[in-house]
Design a protein around this ligand. Structure first.
Ligand SMILES: [Zn+2]
Length: 385
């Protein structure tokens, strides 16, 4: 038992040190800080000029190692984007996949060094889209391992880099998107212009946003239950009561789950002022429409047993319903962007339980086959060569 506790402690301390060291590599510039003072001051007025929901086209690049391994499945990424869209519904902003996933089959970039960015991304960036590169790990220019980074709008780059291990059940992607749309850390610049707990200097200090409480930099100051554990006081002697849930804080990534109302306003204003060329293209299709098909696999109770197979070279998919259920089923095929590319009904009573779908009008790639009927559903992923 003693040995067990000891090894648990070792693992815990290793995890904590990892969580503290590997974080965000987005570099704040003086130019951005100056611009943000103005943007945040006018955010409400600018955000009011929006018309309708904001749809952001995202180009996903997945970098694989020499063995073709990326550590991330497309299902993982879709589920994370669905969560992201839930979060950003607070700003009526929505992310969708603008085109096929780009698999980067160059092992040299899997353990990615920031110095290699131009070589990886310059020729791969999709114009008029937010390009997100999922790599194995990221080492920044200072030689530290980080979870992700991006650029503030002044840099004119539409790129975010995320280490694969920091994507799942983590807030790294949302955090970097916050930076991409101008937000800075809730503690502002550590040691410079700290925001007072009473909030009186909130427009000129800290993160320049007034509805986020003063934050003394939460790195290493938040416990496993997301409670602030330090006892820092500001220049007036007031004790800090920071928001450990804020996505732009340095709380552990599993704690960070919210943006404030004014943070949403600033991101909206930043979009309108800096990124309004990111608009829905002809491939627009909401991720939510087909993420349900990915989620079906998690629901055991209503699961339908199906078999899906590709007929090599024939651009055909075979679909077989295995439960022996008789009646009407709806068969749908979605491409990786979530567009419905094929839909047909299937009557197992009159036509049998097998069906061949002709997908010759579609390019090769990953497809999701959905079958719904008799109160059950199933989804299978298939690769059309
Ligand atoms: Zn950051």
């Amino acid at each position: 038992m003693k040995r067990f506790i000891l090894s648990s402690l070792l693992i815990l301390s290793a995890l904590l040190s990892q969580a503290q060291e590997s974080s965000c590599g987005t570099e704040l510039t003086a130019e951005h800080y100056k611009n943000l003072v103005e943007l945040a001051g006018n955010a409400r007025r600018i955000a009011a000029m929006r018309s309708g929901s904001i749809k952001i086209p995202v180009k996903v690049h997945i970098v694989q190692n020499e063995d073709g391994y990326s550590g991330l499945s497309i299902d993982d990424i879709i589920v994370e984007f669905d969560k992201l869209n839930d979060l950003f519904s607070g700003a009526d902003m929505e992310f969708y996949l603008s085109s096929e996933v780009d698999y980067v089959k160059d092992g040299a970039f899997y353990d990615f060094n920031q110095n290699e960015e131009a070589r990886l991304a310059a020729s791969r960036d999709e114009p008029n889209a937010l390009n997100i590169y999922f790599v194995g790990s990221i080492t920044n220019k200072q030689g530290n391992e980080i979870c992700g980074y991006t650029y503030y709008p002044e840099a004119g780059r539409d790129r975010i880099f995320v280490a694969g291990g920091c994507l799942k059940n983590s807030s790294t992607l949302a955090h970097e998107i916050g930076h991409y749309f101008s937000l800075i850390h809730t503690h502002g610049i550590s040691g410079i212009d700290p925001e007072a707990v009473n909030g009186k200097n909130c427009e000129k200090a800290g993160d320049l946003i007034c509805d986020t409480p003063a934050d003394p930099n939460l790195l290493g100051k938040v416990d496993g239950n997301c409670n602030y554990t330090a006892h820092d006081r500001d220049a007036n002697g007031d004790a800090y009561d920071p928001d450990t849930r804020n996505i732009m804080s340095y709380a552990p990534s599993y704690c960070r789950s919210e943006f404030s109302y004014e943070q949403f306003e600033v991101m909206t204003a930043s979009y309108l002022a800096n990124k309004n060329y990111l608009v829905a293209n002809e491939n627009y299709s909401p991720i939510a429409d087909f993420v349900s098909s990915v989620r079906f696999n998690d629901e055991v109770s209503n699961k339908l047993q199906i078999k899906v197979y590709a007929n090599p070279g024939a651009d055909q998919l075979g679909v077989e319903i295995l439960d022996g259920l008789e009646g009407e089923f709806r068969v749908q095929v979605f491409n990786i962007m979530g567009n419905l590319v094929y839909e047909q009904s299937m009557d197992t009573y009159n036509q049998g339980n097998k069906m061949i779908l002709d997908l010759s009008a579609n390019v090769s790639g990953v497809y999701f086959v959905n079958v719904v009927g008799k109160g059950r559903h199933a989804s299978e992923k298939v690769m059309l060569m």
